[in-house]
Structure formats: C-alpha cells, structure tokens
Design a protein around this ligand. Structure first.
Ligand code: FAD
Ligand code: DHB
Length: 325
C-alpha cells in the first residue's frame, strides 16, 4: 500500500515522486526497464528555463548548474542564411543543454538517497479500480502481484498501459517524415543550436558537451538505418546545415524517431492522472517533450499536495483543464 503509485521512471515519474516526497507524500515508482537502461537512454537534451528552475528549486539542480551548457539563443538557417533568435533579450530567459538521461540519473540518485522506492524491472500490466480503490497489477521476475494506492500517476510514456483503459479521447497526427539522430564524438561546430531548413529536408545541430555533438537529419518516415551509412549522414548534415566547421567523428549512438502529435482529453479519470508523454506527444522539432513532462508533474504534485493537506479536490479536478486551458 502506498499513497501514490507512479508508473514509469522517466523524467515525469521520477520528478513527481521527488516533489511528493518534499511534501511528505509517499509513492512507489514502478519501471519495467532496468536502472542501467533508463540511465543510458539517449533522448532529449534541451531544458527550458521553467525546467531548470524546477530542478534547482527542488534541490536536484546542482550537477545541471555545473555541467549544463547555458545558451541565450538559437540559430535558424534558411539556404545558408542565418537568423539568430536571442531568447535572453526577447524574453529574459534562456535554455540549458543537459541530457535527459543526466536528469534521470540525478533524480534516481536523489530518490534513493531519500529512501525512495523505485521498483526497476517491474512491468505494470493493468490498473484496476480507478474510481475509488486503485490497484496496480505488475509482473516482476515472473511473479504477478498488485500494489494498492490512493492515486495512480500514469507517467509511462506514449506506449504505456495507463492511458489504454481510460475513458478519454486521443487526438493524433503522424507526419510523413522522421528524424535520424546521432550522438558523435566531435566538438560542436557552433556554440548554439542550429535549426536548418533545406530543400533536401531539415537538419539540426545540437550538443551534449564541448566534445560531443548531437545531430539530426530529417528522413522519410519508412527509412531504416540501413539506408543511412555513416558517410551519407555526414554528407547530408554538412550540406543541410551549411556548416563548414562540422567534422565527422565516431558515432556512439544512433536511432530514428517518428514525428507525431497526440493528446489525450481529458488527462484524468477517477483516481488516475496522466502526465508527460502518456498524456501528450509533440514532435521533437520544438524540444518540448521533457519540458512538458516536468511541467505536468509540477501541477500534479501541487494538486495532490492540496488533497493531502486539506482534503481539497479542487486542483485535482481541474488538473486536465490547467493543461488544456
Ligand atoms: P518517458 O521518458 O518515456 O518515461 C516513461 C517510462 O515508463 C519509461 O522509462 C518506460 O520504460 C516506462 N514504462 C512504460 N510502460 C511501462 C509499464 N507497462 N510498466 C512499467 N513501466 C513502464 N523533449 C524535450 O523536451 N527536448 C528535446 O530536446 C527532446 N528531444 C527528443 C529527442 C528524441 C530522439 C526523442 C525520442 C525524444 C525527445 N524529446 C525531447 C521528448 C522527450 O524525450 C520525452 O517527451 C520525455 O521522455 C517524456 O518523459 P516521460 O517521463 O513522460 O516519459
Ligand atoms: C535536441 C533535440 C530536439 O528535439 C531539439 O528540438 C533540439 C535539441 C537535442 O537532442 O539536443
């Protein structure tokens, strides 16, 4: 038995567990993958100011502040012509390049140091009784069991189980292209991100550190890595980014990500609340996904805190509206 059962140890689930702990609310995080797997999964890399503020204010921002790369703007390139968007001047805010798996590592370290419960290699198979008596059915080491809780947070990403049984409508759109992303041992060719338009397709220059670049090229939706030998990736990147300083380097990670949008409406049902990719997906173009996941759980943690402090259901009832509104 726990107060909040959280499905998924991505940024949403881990941050929710951490924020609830800060308010004295107990939770258990159930994650189907191993700790090693979630700490190595290369994904997002751009934290918006709201995310860095949340990490810092909740006490898990020290390494990000030390090792993250603070940027004041981005560069847009059209046919080689550059337009810099100065976020700092226009909004007074900036972005920080810090890998999602680093955020995940920092949150796991903190949760475990605080005595938090994260059950790795535990696959949730169903959620029962979401109207008044929730139970999370799971499988671990071949054994099946259930965890009773007062609330369930479905933070299990776009392929999770939490949204499957909900009485909600999902609005979806798939785009006819994907992004092929690589992590390469080559110094970033520019000190800022470059979003490049090119008639052969989009390309993006990002980074993870002064030695490691993160680069993306738009590919056809049905392309596989077989169609993209290393030489072709570098040729396309050089051409589309129009960036002579870009040097090929050892590719240490690669993968193809489809571009799609999805939103569940509403994001809640009874005592089940969705957060992050389980509730909505945005294409990677805007670098928003992890930031939205963190923003969701900030709102959800406030609503659960109000419930446990004063038995007020008002914020919980309006959780979904606060996002869609
Ligand atoms: P996830 O990180 O997907 O976590 C869900 C967790 O639930 C996973 O660990 C999964 O193993 C677990 N799980 C699933 N099913 C079950 C089950 N049945 N039982 C138990 N556990 C389960 N976003 C940005 O903000 N900026 C970017 O720059 C950016 N770039 C991206 C680049 C790429 C290549 C990709 C793929 C995504 C990118 N995103 C970006 C999106 C971002 O990675 C996601 O939005 C983010 O991971 C959402 O976090 P989450 O916690 O909601 O879900
Ligand atoms: C990165 C990913 C994105 O989707 C994006 O828009 C910008 C940067 C990255 O992985 O660094």
């Amino acid at each position: 038995m726990t107060q909040v059962g959280i499905i998924g140890a991505g940024p949403a689930g881990l941050m929710l567990s951490h924020l609830l702990h800060g308010q004295g609310i107990a939770s258990v995080v159930l994650e189907r993958r191993s700790r090693d797997y979630v700490e190595r999964r290369v994904r997002a890399g751009v934290l918006e100011q709201g995310s860095t503020d949340l990490l810092a204010a909740s006490g898990v921002g020290q390494r990000m502040q030390r090792e993250g790369l603070a940027h004041d703007g981005i560069k847009l390139r059209f046919a080689g012509e550059e337009h810099r968007i100065d976020f700092r001047r226009l909004t007074g805010r900036g972005i920080t390049v810090y890998g999602q798996q680093e955020v995940v590592k920092d949150l796991i370290t903190q949760r475990l140091a605080d005595g938090g419960e994260i059950w790795f290699e535990t696959e949730v198979t169903a959620i029962e009784g979401i109207d008044n008596n929730p139970r999370i059915a799971y499988r671990r080491n071949g054994d099946e069991a259930t965890l009773s809780c007062e609330f369930v947070a479905g933070c299990d990403g776009s392929h999770g189980v939490a949204h499957a049984g909900m009485d909600a409508k999902s609005y979806e759109r798939s785009y006819p292209f994907s992004w092929l992303g690589i992590l390469a041992k080559t110094p970033p060719a520019s000190n800022e991100l470059i979003y490049a338009y090119h008639e052969r397709g989009f390309a993006l220059h990002s980074m993870r550190s002064p030695e490691i670049s993160r680069l993306y090229v738009q590919v056809d939706a049905d392309d596989t890595m077989d169609a993209w030998p290393e030489a072709r990736i570098w040729d396309e990147l050089r051409l589309r980014l129009a960036e002579p300083r870009l040097q090929p380097g050892e590719i240490i990670e690669d993968g193809i990500t489809p571009m799609r949008s999805m939103v569940m409406e509403p994001m809640q049902c009874g005592r089940l609340f969705l957060a992050g990719d389980a509730a909505h997906i945005v294409p990677a173009t805007g670098a928003k996904g992890m930031n939205l996941a963190l923003a969701d759980v900030k709102v959800l943690a406030e609503a659960l805190t109000a419930w446990y402090r004063s038995a007020s259901r008002d914020l919980l009832d309006h959780y979904s509206d606060r996002w869609h509104g």
